[in-house]
Design a protein around this ligand. Structure first.
Ligand SMILES: *Cc1c(COP(=O)(O)O)cnc(C)c1O
Length: 252
């Protein structure tokens, strides 16, 4: 990792994003006013000192989407010593053979990308080997709201069933919310993002059919280009990378 800090002012980036989140929050409908959206700083491909810098600026939730990179960063001595209260979100596609690696990291907060019964089952079975006694692993269910074949995520038609399965059969999992990545390159100026509308609809259906309070189901939607719109539309968890950390070099 060749880039040095100083080329990009991370604390300023963070402050700017937080103030835009605050402004977008104030435009929400009254019943959403009491909910403060959670900012996940997506640090993938960026060096450890970027993470420490953001942590020192007050940021606690960080997201990574490559297993090996998450494992290295979460176990890094300097991060462990200087970022004691860090909360890691795994936001990448999770293959069964990598589950143990993710579950073994220190300070794992949530896996945002559970998208099948098979994966939920495996996480539920394995968590007791890794977590503190009687704890639950927080998960979000990823929905493929755009229907693109290349995207991971369960289809909106199946989300209620998967949610029901997690509630009823996965006693070691705690459902934190649902998540979408959405189609690439949607222009927020073209109107409400259909992926955000779809995710919200999924939540409404879950709440109606399973009798769950909507406030208990976080909506993870919105990235650098559209987090403000996502928040206005009800997002409670935005995943923002480049607006905080600057340009992201391509993974080799
Ligand atoms: C990289 C990534 C983000 C952040 O993207 P930016 O455009 O840099 O804000 C958010 N969510 C997921 C799942 C990602 O992989």
């Amino acid at each position: 990792m060749l880039r040095k800090m100083g080329e990009v002012d991370i604390k300023l980036g963070l402050k700017t994003v937080l103030s835009k989140i605050e402004q977008a929050s104030q435009k929400r409908i009254p019943e959403l006013q009491c909910i403060k959206p959670r900012l996940v700083a997506v640090s993938k491909t960026h060096p450890n000192n970027f993470i420490i810098e953001a942590y020192e600026g007050g940021q606690r939730h960080f997201g990574e989407n490559y297993v090996q990179e998450l494992v290295e960063k979460a176990n890094n001595q300097e991060i462990l010593e200087r970022c004691k209260d860090i909360k890691w979100h795994y936001i990448g596609h999770l293959q069964s053979n990598k589950i143990n690696k993710v579950l073994s990291i220190p300070n794992l907060f949530v896996i945002e990308t559970v998208d099948s019964k098979k994966l939920a089952t495996a996480l539920n079975q394995k968590w007791p080997e890794f977590g503190p006694p009687d704890s639950k692993l927080r998960v979000m269910l990823q929905v493929n709201t755009s229907g693109e074949e290349a995207k991971s995520g369960i289809s909106p038609n199946e989300i209620v069933n998967l949610t029901k399965y997690v509630y009823e059969d996965c006693t070691n999992l705690e459902l934190d919310g649902i998540m979408t990545i959405g189609r690439f390159g949607y222009n927020p100026e073209d109107g409400p993002n259909p992926d955000f509308l779809c995710l919200k609809q999924c939540r409404d259906e879950i709440c109606q059919i399973l009798g769950v309070d909507w406030k208990k189901i976080n909506l993870s939607m919105g990235m650098s280009t559209d987090y403000e719109q996502a928040i206005e539309m009800g997002s409670t968890n935005v995943r923002v990378g480049s607006s905080i950390f600057g340009y992201r070099p391509q993974k080799a």
